[in-house]
Design a protein. Sequence first.
Length: 273
Amino acid sequence: MLRHVVIWKLKEDVADLAAVKAGIRTSLEGLVGTVPGLLRAKVYADGADARDVLLEAYLVSRDALAAYAAHPAHVAAAETFVKPFVASRTAFDFDGGTELDELIYERRSIRAFKPEPPPRELVDEVVKAGLLAPTGRNKQSTVVIRLDDPAIREAVRAKNEEIRGAPPAGRVNDPFYAAPVMLLVVANKANDTAVYDGSLALGNMMLKAHELGLAACWIHRAKPEIDSPLGRTILDRAGLVGDYEGVGHLALGYAACPLPAPHPYNPARYRAV
């Protein structure tokens, strides 16, 4: 895959910057599905300098980039919506995947956290990513509960120690690895995809945490926790009425250890019948 980045500086005498930017965005992003080999195109035009416009495009190969440059639809878009308004142009091409590829390949579970909590706005971004995960029939059955109350947090730690038993060899006794942020994911059992919905939310949150420079680890045992009297207390405190399934916890914070090296995946797990 090839990442193609172009930065344009618009002319000083462009009268309607908003209209010109809209034309560039619509014409270039609209080439996806028309130009073979163009996988994604995104135009950014809200930088600090109002005359800056950036295109980030992903193509399958360098040959595809050459074909894209010469494709009649691209040439027409460039000649009509871009070139007449541009004062200067700078382009960069990089081999490699998208940022999402990098996040997926690099993300690893972390089991050692610094005591300093991350800013609340970063925690909120992680939670938002979980709430944006797909849910069955868009029922949005997933709920994320941030455990702030020190008494609740300690009760959850104690309950998880009880459920887990002795820690695995080499692991610390704390089932949440001293993470300063504890997120609990539950889902309404009224939706028969509740557990799947919650699992997708946790996956989204782990990727978002890595993107934001945070460390995360999925902590299991939420089901027996929520099925216990403690779980009912948590649900009541969160104002949740109904039958909820505990899907998992997310331990979140800053890593107190290096990011583990990626493990090779087993391609034999991909089958066709």
